[in-house]
Every structure is written in structure tokens, then in C-alpha cells.
Write a protein that binds this ligand. Structure first.
Ligand code: SF4
Ligand code: SF4
Length: 442
């Protein structure tokens, strides 16, 4: 049973009544949309695959549910068949020779099945001899689904809400400041001192709207993403201020590049207006990747929050009690921070400062197995698929013998909590920032 059938997916009455996705007007529109994605790199990805199959075992979904459609090459082949049909001579003039797909309802179903069973982890790319980026190819699948109005509506709704928030921030500023004030007690319980303003007066435990602060910290909506970070930055005597906006970028999950940039631009504009030197992104892999690698050069530096913590440890700006955690402690490399962001050593440096019993997962770093919660799957629910497709991840964690697993990504944390329960792993699942905040000593 494919993903769409399991989700009770049905093409809209309008789509079906008008001849489905195969209606000539919609097909023409999707073809134009596809063409806008065909840059030189994408043409190479679509033309070059040797079908060597090396990537097949790389995908955690295939490794857990061995069906060809859940391999990287199997997924990409759906997009390649459309590419051949509309953009290659053979497909245009002799489609009956096979190996092609027309835009029709069945093709839309296959696109959905391929795109929303891929977490965009790019482990397959590490192993492909041509460096073919299946995540980027799935970006085309997601764009076509948007064009056909068949994307997961929850992701579109969440990304629209973010865009609206950017437009109405002036009206909600006071309420946000008040909500931050309500969290101050929790911050002070972890670290009782607050930083000083330039004039020597005490700052708030969660400073907001501080013109000229050195760091703009971008959190999520959950208080855990604010409280722990605030205690750590206050302990490091950082000059910082919190962003009005959430870091999460749902438009990136649904493949809407225009909205993705709109959502990220709110933070860029805020950082410029405040004149900060650094933007530190909360423990959220996708938010970090979008801001660091997809928004072009900016007049400020972009760091993942774990990089900031590692710097504080290295410079002796925070001191940590390394006796609080019991048993072996391991670390899950979030795909968007590690493999796709190049941040491997900083979390390990932080962990070695909070425990003498750090152990690696095997494999790790660029080879780490994806947790199985990325690509929007957590926001979409998808519990059954997430658990089945991450069996290999659960086995990897169990083999480590660790009693605590830490990570630096909200999505990964949620997925690890679910895996822990579903597979009875018996671990504690912790954010890196949470264990650091609890271990702060003066
Ligand atoms: S990006 Fe990750 S989930 Fe997607 S096909 Fe490659 S290995 Fe599988
Ligand atoms: S490893 Fe690369 S070339 Fe080989 S099948 Fe996979 S995507 Fe194609």
C-alpha cells in the first residue's frame, strides 16, 4: 500500500473531473514549472544516473523497508521518467518506447509517494559516485505536487501562518514580550544572574528588541527552546537578544522556495535592523540549513546554537558539571546540521565537557543514519511510516548501549522520543542545550 493510500489521500474532485492531473492545461503548467527547476546541476542529476544501485542500501527507508520505490534511485526514477517524457527527444517523439511518465493522476500519486517518504537526509548522495542529490530531485517532485495542488495541506497551512506572522509582528510584539517575561523564573532557576546593559543596568533574563546586541537568537515556539539557551547565553555573559520570529521554516519542507525565502527574510531583516554580528539558530536543522546555506551572503554570521555553546566551552566562558549524567551518553548527528551543514566536532566537544562517558553511534558523522523524522514527516504525523522506516535507526541506537541520547535538532528529538517509546529502547532523549543548561556551574 503506498503512502497516499495509507493516508486516505484522494485527488480533488475538481482535478479528477477536469481530466485529473492529465488535463492538458494542468500538464502544460506542470511542464513549465518543471522547466524552471532545470538548472545545469539538475540536468546532470537527471541525465547521469548509471543505475549502479550503490545508493540503494544508503537510504534508511529502504534499509528498513526494502522496496525499490523506497530507494534513492527508485524515488528519483519517477522524476526522471517525467523528465524523459517532456524534455528528451525520445520521450517527446516516441513515448511508447517506455521509461516515461505522463502527468496524470497516477504520476501525481507516485510523486507524492516518492517525495514524502524521503526525509531529505542526503545520505544517498554521500555514496553516489556522481554525487547525485536525490533530495534536490525530490524538490522537483514537491514543486510539481504544489503545482497540482496535491501537497500535504498541513505543511502549506503552517508555512502560510509563518508568512502572516511576519506581516503582523507589530501587533503581537507586546504580547510576545509579556510571554517572555513569564519565562524569566525558569531561566533564573538555571542561571540566577543576568547580563548587564551598556549603561550598567541589569538586562532581562530573556532580552528582547535589544538594538546593537551582538547575537540575535532565533528560537522555536516551545519554551524549552528559549529557556535553556537564555541560561547558557547569560552564563557566558553574552550580549544577545531574542528574535520575534520562530526559526522553523515549513515552506522548506513543502518545497515552496518563494515562501521559504519570505519566511527566512523576516529574520534577515530583523537582524539587519538590530545591527547584530551573529544570528544563532536554535536546535533546528532545517532552519539552520535555510539561513546558513540558502539565503546567500549576509552582513552577519549565521551559526547553529551548538556552535555557540562549543565556543563558550572552548573560551572558558561557561563551566560545566560533568557528573550529572548517568551511564553512556551518545549523540545523534542531525542530517541538516552534520552531513548537510558540516558541523561534526562542536557537539562532541560540548558532550565531552558534560560527561566522561561519551560514546559514538556507529556509523556517525556524514555516515550517520537519518532519524527518519525529517522532510516534514513529523509535522505531518505519519507515526506508522516513521516508525517502520526507521527500524535501522532504532537498531543502531540499541547497539550503542547508551543510556542517554542527545541531539541538536527539534525534529530529530521528537523522532527519537517516538522511536524510544515504539522500540522500547529505554533511553533518556535530551537536547544538547538542555543538558548543558542543567550542568552550568558558576
Ligand atoms: S535523501 Fe535520505 S531519505 Fe531521501 S532518498 Fe536519499 S537517503 Fe533516502
Ligand atoms: S549511486 Fe548514483 S549513479 Fe548509482 S544508482 Fe544511485 S543515484 Fe544512480
Amino acid at each position: 500500500m503506498d503512502l497516499m493510500t495509507r493516508r486516505g489521500f484522494a485527488l480533488s474532485a475538481d482535478t479528477v473531473a477536469s481530466g485529473g492531473a492529465g488535463s492538458s492545461e494542468l500538464s502544460a503548467r506542470l511542464k513549465v514549472l518543471f522547466e524552471t527547476k532545470l538548472n545545469a546541476a539538475m540536468r546532470m542529476y537527471l541525465d547521469t544516473c548509471a543505475r549502479c544501485g550503490i545508493c540503494v542500501e544508503s537510504c534508511h527507508v529502504y534499509a528498513s523497508m526494502p522496496e525499490t520505490r523506497y530507494s534513492a534511485v527508485g524515488r528519483a526514477e519517477v522524476v526522471r521518467k517525467i523528465f524523459r517524457r517532456y524534455f528528451k527527444v525520445q520521450g517527446r517523439f516516441a513515448p511508447w518506447l517506455g521509461e516515461v511518465l505522463e502527468f496524470d493522476d497516477d504520476t501525481v500519486r507516485r510523486l507524492y509517494d516518492a517525495a514524502y517518504s524521503c526525509t531529505g537526509c542526503r545520505r544517498c548522495m554521500v555514496h553516489c559516485p556522481f554525487g547525485i542529490d536525490t533530495q534536490q530531485i525530490m524538490g522537483i517532485a514537491k514543486a510539481l505536487l504544489l503545482g497540482a495542488d496535491q501537497e500535504p495541506k498541513i505543511l502549506s497551512m503552517l508555512s502560510d501562518m509563518s508568512v502572516t506572522k511576519g506581516e503582523t509582528i507589530v501587533d503581537t510584539r507586546d504580547a510576545f514580550a509579556q510571554a517572555l517575561g513569564n519565562l524569566e523564573g525558569e531561566v533564573l532557576a538555571l542561571w540566577p544572574k543576568v547580563t548587564k546593559r551598556a549603561d550598567g543596568s541589569p538586562n532581562a533574563a530573556i532580552p528582547y528588541g535589544q538594538q546593537g546586541a551582538r547575537v540575535l537568537y532565533v528560537a522555536l515556539s516551545g519554551s524549552h527552546s528559549m529557556v535553556n539557551a537564555a541560561a547558557i547565553m547569560n552564563a557566558a555573559r553574552e550580549s544577545w537578544t531574542i528574535s520575534s520570529f520562530e526559526a522553523v521554516n515549513f515552506a522548506a519542507f513543502v518545497g515552496d522556495s518563494a515562501k521559504m525565502k519570505l519566511i527566512a527574510a523576516r529574520i534577515v531583516n530583523e537582524a539587519k535592523a538590530l545591527g547584530v554580528a551573529e544570528v544563532a539558530i536554535v536546535e533546528c536543522g532545517t532552519a539552520y540549513r535555510v539561513m546558513r546555506h540558502m539565503m546567500g551572503p549576509q552582513p552577519f554570521k549565521v551559526v547553529a546554537f551548538v556552535e555557540l555553546i562549543a565556543r563558550y566551552v572552548k573560551e572558558g566562558r561557561i563551566r560545566l558539571d560533568d557528573s550529572l549524567l548517568e551511564g553512556d551518553v551518545t549523540y545523534h548527528d542531525p542530517c541538516q546540521i552534520a552531513r548537510n551543514g558540516g558541523i561534526y566536532e562542536e557537539p562532541r566537544e560540548v558532550l565531552r565537557a558534560v560527561t566522561p562517558r561519551f560514546v559514538e553511534l556507529t556509523p556517525n558523522r556524514a555516515e550517520n543514519w537519518c532519524c527518519g523524522g525529517g522532510g516534514g514527516l513529523i509535522s505531518m504525523g505519519e507515526m506508522d511510516f516513521r516508525m517502520k522506516s526507521s527500524k535501522v535507526k532504532a537498531e543502531q541506537i540499541a547497539a550503542s548501549g547508551a543510556k542517554v541520547i542527545t541531539t541538536a535538532c527539534e525534529n530529530c528529538h521528537s523522532q527519537l522520543v517516538d522511536l524510544n517509546e515504539h522500540y522500547g529502547l529505554g533511553l533518556k532523549v535530551e537536547f544538547l542545550s538542555a543538558i548543558v543548561a542543567k550542568a552550568l556551574i558558576s
